[in-house]
Ligand binder design. Structure first.
Ligand SMILES: CC(=O)SCCNC(=O)CCNC(=O)[C@H](O)C(C)(C)COP(=O)(O)OP(=O)(O)OC[C@H]1O[C@@H](n2cnc3c(N)ncnc32)[C@H](O)[C@@H]1OP(=O)(O)O
Ligand SMILES: N[C@@H](CO)C(=O)O
Length: 345
C-alpha cells in the first residue's frame, strides 16, 4: 500500500512543474486525495459494500471536488491535476500513467444499466482541462485529448484529438524537435571559429557567408517546427519509418473512426512514431520543453550569423593589417553575444 502511495506522489512530482516537494504534494493535491479515497471506495464496492463504497466516494467528492464512482477502475500512477469538476463514471477504466486535468468528464451517452457506458483510457493518456470523453469506447495508449474537446468516438493510440466534436490532428513531428534540440545555441564562452581564410576568401568575401534569409523564412512559415535541417531530418525519418504497430487498431476494430485531410498511412505512422518518442518523457501539454518559439530560433540564427561575420571581419582586418595597412576600430565594434543570448532566452 505504501509503495503505491509513494509512486502516486512521485508521479505528481515528475509530471507537475508546479509541485515542489513531497510535503506539498501530500497536503495540497486534491487529485492525490481523491485517488486514495477512491482506492478505499473501490475495494468496498468490489467486496459488495455498495452503499458504503458510494458514501466514501461521496465524501471524497465533498473533500476534493472530484467525483470518481467507486465502480470505476483506475490504474497506477494516475494523476488528476487540480481536479475540480472531474467526474469519472461507473464503468470507466483509466490506464496506468494517465493524466487528467480539471473539469474532465469520463462519461456516458446511453442510460442502459449493466452496460459499459463510460470510456476506457489506455496507458499514458492525457486528457486536457474541460474535455468530455463520452461513451464506452477506447482512447488508445499515449493519446492526447485537447482541453475542452468533446470526444464521442474511439481515439487511436498516440493520436491527438481536439475540438467539438473532436477531430484528430496531425502530430508535431518529434524528429523536428530532435533536430531543434541538436542545433546548438551560441555559447558566449566559446565564440564560433570561422573557417581559416584563404586568398580566395579575401577576394570573394562579400559573397562568402552571405546571410541566406530563405531558411529563416521557411522556419517561420513552418511555425518553428525545426527549420529546414529539421524538416529534412523529419522527412528522412518518416521515409525510414518502419511502421506503426497497433496505432490505429482500436479505432478500426470499433467500426467508427475519424477522418482528417491528412489521414494517410504515413501520418498514422508518424503518430505512432510520435507515441514511441514521447515514451521517453512526459509531455502533458504536448509541448516538449525543448520546443522553441520560431522567432527565438530566427533570432538565434541571426546571432550565430552575426557572430560568424564578426569573427570573419576581425580575421580580414588582421590579414589587411599584416599587409601594412592600419584599420581603425569602430567604437562599439565587437558583438556582445552573451547579452544577446540572455535577451532571447
Ligand atoms: C492551470 C493549468 O494549466 S491546467 C492544465 C491545462 N492544460 C491542458 O489541459 C493541456 C491540454 N493540451 C492541449 O490542449 C494541447 O493543445 C493538445 C494536446 C491538444 C495539442 O497539442 P499539440 O500537439 O502541441 O498541438 P498544437 O499546439 O501544435 O496545435 C495543433 C492544432 O490544434 C489546435 N489545438 C490545440 N489544442 C486545441 C484545443 N484544445 N482545442 C482546439 N484546437 C486545439 C491548434 O490551434 C492547432 O491548430 P492549427 O494547426 O490549425 O494551427
Ligand atoms: N500544474 C500544471 C498545470 O496547471 C502546471 O503547473 O503547469
Amino acid at each position: 500500500m505504501f509503495e503505491r502511495i509513494r509512486e502516486d506522489i512521485s508521479c505528481i512530482l515528475e509530471r507537475d512543474p508546479a509541485a515542489r516537494s513531497r510535503l506539498e504534494v501530500i497536503t495540497c493535491y486534491p487529485g492525490l486525495h481523491a485517488i486514495l479515497i477512491h482506492r478505499m471506495a473501490h475495494r468496498l464496492w468490489a467486496g459488495g459494500w455498495y452503499w458504503l463504497g458510494r458514501f466514501i466516494s461521496h465524501l471524497g467528492r465533498i473533500l476534493t471536488g472530484i467525483e470518481i464512482h467507486p465502480g470505476a477502475t483506475l490504474g497506477r500512477r494516475v494523476f488528476i491535476d487540480h481536479g475540480h469538476g472531474v467526474v469519472i463514471g461507473e464503468t470507466a477504466e483509466v490506464g496506468d500513467e494517465c493524466t487528467i486535468y480539471q473539469g474532465v468528464t469520463l462519461g456516458g451517452t446511453k442510460l442502459y444499466k449493466g452496460e459499459k457506458r463510460h470510456p476506457t483510457l489506455g496507458q499514458g493518456v492525457v486528457v486536457g482541462a474541460g474535455a468530455q470523453v463520452l461513451g464506452g469506447f477506447t482512447v488508445g495508449d499515449g493519446a492526447r485529448i485537447g482541453s475542452n474537446a468533446v470526444v464521442v468516438k474511439p481515439v487511436p493510440a498516440g493520436a491527438t484529438a481536439v475540438g467539438n466534436p473532436a477531430r484528430i490532428i496531425e502530430h508535431r513531428d518529434n524528429q523536428d524537435n530532435t533536430a531543434a534540440r541538436a542545433r546548438p545555441f551560441v555559447d558566449p564562452q566559446q565564440p564560433i571559429a570561422p573557417p581559416p581564410l584563404s586568398t580566395q576568401d579575401l577576394t570573394g568575401c562579400c559573397n562568402e557567408g552571405q546571410l541566406d534569409t530563405r531558411p529563416l523564412q521557411e522556419m517561420l512559415s513552418n511555425n518553428g517546427k525545426g527549420g529546414p535541417q529539421a524538416n529534412a531530418a523529419g522527412r528522412a525519418a518518416s521515409t525510414q519509418s518502419n511502421g506503426a504497430p497497433n496505432a490505429m487498431s482500436s479505432a478500426r476494430t470499433s467500426g467508427t473512426s475519424y477522418s482528417t485531410s491528412t489521414d494517410t498511412q504515413e501520418s498514422k505512422q508518424s503518430q505512432a512514431q510520435n507515441q514511441t518518442d514521447t515514451d521517453s518523457g512526459f509531455s502533458a501539454y504536448a509541448v516538449d520543453s525543448s520546443d522553441t518559439d520560431p522567432l527565438v530560433k530566427v533570432v538565434q540564427e541571426l546571432i550565430e550569423h552575426a557572430a560568424r561575420q564578426d569573427a570573419r571581419i576581425t580575421q580580414l582586418c588582421q590579414a589587411i593589417e599584416s599587409l601594412g595597412k592600419k584599420i581603425e576600430q569602430p567604437e562599439n565594434g565587437s558583438l556582445d553575444t552573451e547579452r544577446l543570448n540572455k535577451l532571447v532566452e
